[in-house]
Design a protein around this ligand. Structure first.
Ligand SMILES: [Zn+2]
Length: 258
C-alpha cells in the first residue's frame, strides 16, 4: 500500500491570505466565498491543491509535462481558494484546461505578491508634503496669474471610461489651477537639494503600474493614489492629496498607456 502524502496544516492566516488573493470570490465561477448568515460572515470555501496532492492514474496521465507552481505540492504556492462546488468538480473531474487556468491565475497572484514585497520597502518622498503645505497657502489672486491654459491640458487622451466624468472634471480643474504653483514648489525643493521631481515622478509611476497590474480601474487608481499620498506624507487634507495626484497625472504621464 502506498503511503499517503501529508496534508499541510492550513491555519487561519493562510486561509485568509488565500481568500484575499482571489478577492473573496471563486476564481472559477465568481461565487462569493464569504456569505452572511444570521448577521455573521461565514466562509464557504475550500483550500484546493492546484496540482493534486495524491494524483490518480488519470490525473498523472493528463498532467504529464504540465508546469508546476512549486516543487512542493503541499504548500501555499500550490493552494488556491475555491468554492466547495468547484473544488469537488475540480478534484473529481479534472481537465488540463482547468488546471492551466488555475496555474495562470495563481502565477499572476504570485507575481503581484512579489511586487508588493518590493513595493513595501519603498515610500513616496516625504518632502512632497512641503509642496502640499504651499498649495494650502495660495490665495485667489496669486492663482489667477498662474492659471494653465486649456490647450496645455493633457488629461483627455489618458483617461478611459472607468475614470468617470466627475473625476475628469475635478482633475482637469485641479491641473489648470495648481499645475504651475506645484511645478514651482518642486523646483524650490530641488534648489534646496531636497526631493527631485523626476525621482518623485518615477515613484508615482511605479505605484501606478503596481495598481494597474492589480487590475484596479482608473477611478480606483485615483482613490488609491490619493490614499497613498496621504499615508506616505502625513497630508491630512484629502483634497490637497487629490491636487497632488492630479499634478502627477499631468506631469508624469500617469494614466498614459504603458
Ligand atoms: Zn466556484
Amino acid at each position: 500500500m502506498s503511503v499517503k502524502a501529508r496534508r499541510a496544516d492550513v491555519n487561519d492566516t493562510v486561509k485568509m491570505s488565500l481568500l484575499c488573493e482571489v478577492d473573496g470570490s471563486c476564481p472559477l465561477c465568481r461565487r462569493d466565498l464569504v456569505v452572511k448568515k444570521k448577521k455573521k460572515n461565514v466562509r464557504v470555501f475550500d483550500v484546493a491543491h492546484i496540482y493534486p496532492l495524491n494524483a490518480t492514474k488519470h490525473e498523472l496521465a493528463i498532467l504529464t509535462g504540465e508546469e508546476l507552481l512549486s516543487d512542493d505540492i503541499d504548500c501555499e504556492e500550490n493552494f488556491i481558494a475555491l468554492c466547495k462546488e468547484c473544488h469537488k468538480i475540480y478534484d473529481t473531474q479534472k481537465t488540463v484546461g482547468e488546471y492551466r487556468q488555475l496555474v495562470a491565475i495563481k502565477k499572476e497572484i504570485n507575481k503581484i505578491k512579489e511586487l508588493s514585497k518590493v513595493w513595501d520597502k519603498q515610500t513616496l518622498h516625504k518632502d512632497i508634503s512641503i509642496v502640499a503645505n504651499k498649495i494650502g497657502l495660495l490665495d485667489g489672486n496669486s492663482i489667477e496669474k498662474t492659471m494653465l491654459s486649456y490647450d496645455a491640458l493633457k488629461l483627455s487622451d489618458k483617461r478611459d471610461e472607468t475614470f468617470g466624468f466627475i473625476n475628469q472634471t475635478k482633475v482637469s480643474q485641479f491641473i489648470l489651477t495648481f499645475f504651475i504653483p506645484i511645478k514651482e514648489a518642486l523646483k524650490d525643493l530641488e534648489k534646496q537639494e531636497k526631493a527631485k521631481s523626476t525621482f518623485i515622478c518615477s515613484q508615482v509611476k511605479s505605484y501606478y503600474v503596481l495598481l494597474l497590474m492589480k487590475d484596479f480601474n482608473q477611478d480606483e487608481i485615483f482613490e488609491k493614489m490619493t490614499d497613498w499620498f496621504m499615508t506616505n506624507t502625513g497630508i491630512t487634507d484629502r483634497s490637497k492629496s487629490e491636487v497632488l495626484v492630479s499634478f502627477f497625472i499631468q506631469n508624469c504621464e500617469v494614466y498614459s498607456k504603458c
